[in-house]
Write a protein that binds this ligand. Structure first.
Ligand SMILES: C[S@@+](CC[C@H](N)C(=O)[O-])C[C@H]1O[C@@H](n2cnc3c(N)ncnc32)[C@H](O)[C@@H]1O
Length: 254
């Protein structure tokens, strides 16, 4: 399947970034309890995912695949899909190191190399959720989910996207761009392309693809949260006041 123009650019960019994700990937694989996003909020608190034991689970944009590893250890029949050969190379190395094997596929979540209705859960943490065009990957997620299956994904909040400048400085407290029409984002200092939608448009898109919205979890940084390593994302103080990340939960109609 041919990659879209932005998927080609994101593949090249992620092959360059892969080396920076090796050490965080090693740390995450060594961790036992699943945590979400830049503030490492435990899944045991947020309770996003269905019980994964015995379920077919797809991580769309798995990167170094630490989330897949966490769910594999909990009995999930996990599969990782990623668009970057270099990121998958790290994931394979970590599988070897930890003696935990699961299928890893090279490909774009905008055209998933899987049969219809082959997964019980499709999820993403900063993977397909921000690097794929929602108008392509949400229909694909809906297609590969079984009836009653769960879609869950974490992305930067809409508010963060509105308050982030193009400079590599932490998110501010001013609205810097329009909310209406929000979709494709490009940055001056690299060649990547990101996608973010207004909330109403997410809901419309889910419904158009037979997905019922169950929750929008707005993630608050925990008290005493540590500073993360991303210069253009919000400070812990910012993220105590406003949601910096959001997790959509939806379910395919039975
Ligand atoms: C930030 S990582 C996500 C993995 C991990 N949760 C993390 O936060 O490090 C983003 C991943 O999305 C992948 N990605 C970008 N575009 C993609 C696409 N079209 N299909 C599948 N994966 C894609 C990148 O190759 C990269 O490995």
């Amino acid at each position: 399947m041919e990659l879209t123009e932005h998927a080609r650019r994101n593949r090249a960019q992620w092959n360059l970034w892969a080396a920076e994700y090796l050490e965080p990937g090693q740390r995450a694989w060594a961790q036992d309890d699943p945590t979400w996003g830049i503030w490492n909020v435990p899944e045991s608190e947020l309770r996003v995912l269905d019980d994964v034991a015995g379920k077919d689970v797809l991580e769309a944009g798995c990167g170094t695949a630490y989330w897949s590893a966490w769910l594999g250890r909990r009995g999930g029949k996990v599969v990782g899909l990623d668009n970057s050969p270099k990121q998958l190379q790290t994931a394979r190395m970590l599988q070897q190191e930890h003696g935990l094997k699961f299928p890893l596929h090279l490909g774009s979540a905008e055209a998933m190399p899987f049969d219809d209705e082959s997964f019980d859960i499709v999820f993403s943490e900063y993977g397909a959720s921000i690097w794929c065009d929602p108008y392509l990957w949400i229909p694909e997620a809906a297609r590969v989910l079984r009836p009653g299956g769960q879609l869950a994904f974490l992305a930067n909040s809409a508010l963060v996207m509105l308050c982030s400048s193009e400079a590599p400085e932490p998110t501010g407290e001013k609205l810097l761009r329009p909310y209406f029409g929000m979709h494709r984002f490009e940055w001056p200092d690299d060649d990547s392309v990101e996608f973010h939608l207004p909330h109403g448009e997410w809901i419309r898109l889910f419904r158009a693809n037979g997905l019922q919205v169950e929750a929008l979890v707005e993630v608050q940084a925990p008290a005493g949260a540590n500073q993360h390593r991303y210069p253009s994302l919000p400070s812990p103080e910012w993220a105590r006041h406003w949601p910096s990340e959001e997790i959509w939960k939806a379910r395919k109609a039975r």
